[in-house]
Write a protein that binds this ligand. Structure first.
Ligand SMILES: [Zn+2]
Length: 499
């Protein structure tokens, strides 16, 4: 990890709390120096002690430890949801870490659609459990993991945001019951408990970056990675896996954003829709900072021996065929979007962007907008992140899943959002180089034809993907689409929109 200069520039500030004042806060003075030496990274900062008779604790960022996790799940299962008639909450130990810590698996849903049968025992997994969680055959499964990189604590707060939204708000918010009645959340909250316990930043107790071993994980050397892959394959074989999200944090790039896989044009629009919706459901999430490039699927980071092909998102997509396989990254400190920008983008999302300049809204972040009777210039006013901001992103993930299925009670115009996305993606590589798509791009540039072209694009997506049940059945449909890929491409060449 080379942080030098970066953390300082991005305002990376450690946090502190005192015995008398247990709330963690960021330190108030800027960092004095950052230095990489043989011991690792050395951070020097100034702090003014408020009283003489108090103990002060410092941390790299807001902490969330292995035992915080266990305590939180004890509270949820034994107090909050004990005998709940609304929420099915099941805790299992899917594996033990190298140093014998529990790697937990949570299953959360409502009782609707619950069957009498239990899930299958999987080879080399569930070492202490006699009975597995109950099966839900009629629901789609959302698989979420966090803390493969132990220092990436914001990932835990995003996950806590999801858990709190599902478990605390089900009586007050009908959207939560919609989620629980239609989906099952399976969650491995800590993929690297040894690294978390030891205070490692990126590796496990053996010095391994576990997020590079998904291609061929060993149940002995990489037990949590083996568990994720086996569970994902099992869920997809039983046609229930809809989405996989691995939660991370990022030290240098600002904002919260998604890494997704690189697919063909039509599927790319489908998988970009989720982060687009997330940017509408959470002002802390930035769609434009997201990366779906082929390069990002196979790149190596500095100091990494293995490429991202072995990362959760890429490997789960390859092993199961599911399209909706993502890495979510949150900067530790700063967002990218001010409230003004968020409001303006919300407004934009309900109309088609025809004029060429309108596309630049996404790029420049400086734009004119009307508020009341006043004309204003909107610009980037990034907000500092705190625990609440991360948790809010978690809630945004839940609402965006509902939006994909048009089940969010706060309805969005999916048709227009998708058309804007489709147009926007046309302008990006590799699609702008595809002959059929290039033709489309040309007719968009001609303002007389633009309207008609966008209408055609919209009907192209509606005709082919009109039925939700069909699109969202994960691997099965993707396989079918792959077989038809050559035909799709030929048709696009002949006639871009009539197929
Ligand atoms: Zn990470």
């Amino acid at each position: 990890m080379n942080f030098q200069g970066k953390l300082y520039k991005e305002g990376m500030l450690p946090v502190y709390r005192t015995q008398l004042n247990p709330q963690w806060k960021r330190i108030k003075h800027p960092i004095v120096s950052l230095e990489t030496n043989e011991k690792g990274l050395e951070v020097t900062f100034k702090h003014t002690f408020e009283t003489n008779n108090d103990t002060v604790y410092f941390a790299f960022t807001y902490p969330w430890s292995y035992s915080d996790n266990l305590d939180f799940f004890d509270y949820l299962s034994e107090k909050l949801l004990n005998n709940s008639p609304h929420i099915y909450f099941y805790r299992e130990t899917i594996a033990f870490s190298k140093e014998n810590r529990k790697i937990e698996l949570l299953t959360i849903s409502s009782y609707k659609g619950i069957t009498d049968s239990s899930e299958k025992m999987l080879t080399n997994l569930f070492p202490t459990d006699k009975i597995r969680a109950k099966r839900f055959d009629s629901k789609q499964y959302i698989f979420i993991t966090a803390r493969v990189h132990p220092g990436e604590i914001p990932g835990s707060f995003v996950l806590n945001g999801i858990l709190k939204y599902l478990c605390f708000s089900h009586k007050s918010d009908q959207n939560v019951m919609n989620l629980l009645d239609n989906f099952v959340f399976v969650i491995i909250p800590m993929l690297n408990p040894d690294g978390v316990y030891k205070g490692h930043y990126r590796t496990d107790s053996q010095g391994l970056n576990l997020n590079r071993f998904y291609m061929n994980p060993s149940p002995i050397d990489h037990p949590s990675i083996y568990a994720v892959k086996e569970l994902a394959i099992y869920l997809s074989q039983t046609k229930r896996l809809f989405m996989y999200i691995d939660l991370h944090a990022h030290a240098s790039k600002k904002g919260c954003f998604i890494f997704g896989n690189s697919l063909d044009y039509k599927n790319q629009v489908e998988i970009c829709l989720f982060p687009k919706l997330l940017s509408m459901n959470s002002r802390h999430f930035d769609y434009e900072a997201s990366d779906f490039s082929m390069k990002n699927m196979f790149s190596k980071e500095k100091g990494d021996e293995f490429s991202k092909e072995g990362s959760g998102r890429v490997a789960i997509h390859k092993a199961t065929g599911i399209m909706y396989s993502y890495t979510l990254e949150c900067n530790y400190n700063m967002g990218t979007r001010g409230e003004a920008l968020y409001d303006a983008e919300q407004k934009k999302s309900s109309e088609i962007w025809l004029a060429k300049n309108d596309f630049d809204l996404e790029n420049t972040r400086n734009f004119e907008f009307i508020m009341g009777n006043e004309k204003k210039i909107g610009f980037l006013e990034p907000e500092a992140y705190n625990i609440e901001a991360f948790e809010e992103i978690g809630k945004g993930i839940c609402l965006s899943i509902l939006d994909l299925f048009e089940m969010n009670l706060n309805k969005k115009n999916l048709r227009i959002i998708k058309a804007n996305l489709a147009v926007n993606l046309l302008r990006k590589a590799p699609f702008r180089f595809e002959p059929g798509l290039r033709k489309l791009l040309k007719s968009l540039a001609n303002s007389n034809e633009a309207k008609k072209t966008i209408r055609e694009i919209m009907s192209f997506f509606e005709k082919n993907n009109g039925k939700n049940e069909k699109i969202y059945k994960g691997n099965e449909v993707l396989k079918e689409k792959n077989e038809n890929k050559a035909i799709v491409r030929n048709n696009l060449k002949k006639n871009p929109l009539k197929m």
